[in-house]
Design a protein around this ligand. Structure first.
Ligand SMILES: [Zn+2]
Ligand SMILES: [Zn+2]
Length: 279
């Protein structure tokens, strides 16, 4: 069997939530908003188009990549704002499929969301500027997806204002889950998420808040690093990547969260830009 064909990993290009930060105190973990590249052999999957999508685009063009599936958790600005700056889409002959499932498929929300971002007065360009072939794929959170690249993907609805989608990618017997932005009920774990991440090798999870912060932010649609650890313990996840860091969380604060999370769930890591996780 060809080893390269079966290789799977996740690489983090943006790990922040809400808004990018440019601050020397945040330099170690990085300031770009949500963007995670998942490689399944030769298939390139991207989760969210935050500002981390810009450097990823340059890297993909540099290696001559031609085909990308981009899966959006939802359409909030920190998850889509990198798309107009995605160098990959400016290369003629490239193929980009953009997927989302947080709205009813018949709403055409994937394309309309991108068009409302890429239009006046916010930007002087529309998606028609892309020389690449760009298509938009709507689905319902909960559907199983079969992108043309042949990778198998399960999805689940998340609890977030306007909806959001969690993903589980399966390849060569390994699994990586991407679960952001979502709010949990402190009384009981989210059964949709437990089922999605059961037995996964890696779960990337919205840890915007702490259990202590959460009562002041009910209804904001975000979870806590502690809830991520509890889900991993309950669902038998192997590695937990703490993700979607609050913009005010500096490197030292994230170090402290990482240490505390490691005591609660030894497979915890705090996601930072450039980090690569293999199942
Ligand atoms: Zn977000
Ligand atoms: Zn959001």
């Amino acid at each position: 069997m060809n080893a390269a064909r079966d290789e799977m990993y996740a690489r983090f290009w943006g790990v922040r939530g809400s808004i990018p930060v440019s601050d020397s105190r945040c330099a170690r973990y990085g300031g770009n908003t949500s963007c995670v590249e998942v490689r399944c052999g030769e298939s390139v999957l991207v989760f969210d188009a935050g500002t981390g999508l810009r450097p990823l685009g340059s890297a993909l063009v540099g290696e001559g990549c031609r085909d990308v599936d981009l899966f959006l958790s939802h359409g909030h600005i920190d998850h889509v704002v990198g798309l107009p700056f995605f160098a990959f889409a400016y290369e003629p002959g490239n193929s980009l499929r953009v997927w989302s499932g947080h709205r009813a498929p018949e709403s055409g929300a994937t394309e309309s969301g991108v068009r409302s971002l890429m239009s006046a007065p916010l930007l002087p360009i529309t998606p028609d500027v892309f020389p690449a072939e760009v298509s938009f794929r709507d689905f319902s959170a909960g559907d199983e997806l079969a992108p043309p690249c042949g990778v198998s993907i399960r999805t689940a609805p998340l609890r977030h204002p306007g909806g959001a989608t969690g993903y589980r990618v399966e390849h060569a017997g390994c699994s990586i889950c991407y679960v952001t932005d979502t709010e949990h009920d402190p009384e009981a774990p989210d059964e949709n998420i437990l089922a999605l991440v059961a037995g996964a090798d890696i779960m990337i999870y919205d840890a915007m808040f702490t259990d202590e912060d959460l009562p002041r932010h009910r209804g904001w649609g975000h979870s806590t690093w502690e809830e991520g650890a509890r889900l991993c313990l309950a669902a038998g996840v192997r590695t937990y990547a703490i993700f979607h860091h609050a913009p005010e969380r500096d490197d030292e604060a994230l170090d402290r969260i990482g240490a505390a999370a490691g005591r609660m769930f030894p497979g915890s890591v705090v996601a930072r830009e450039g980090m690569v996780l293999t199942p």
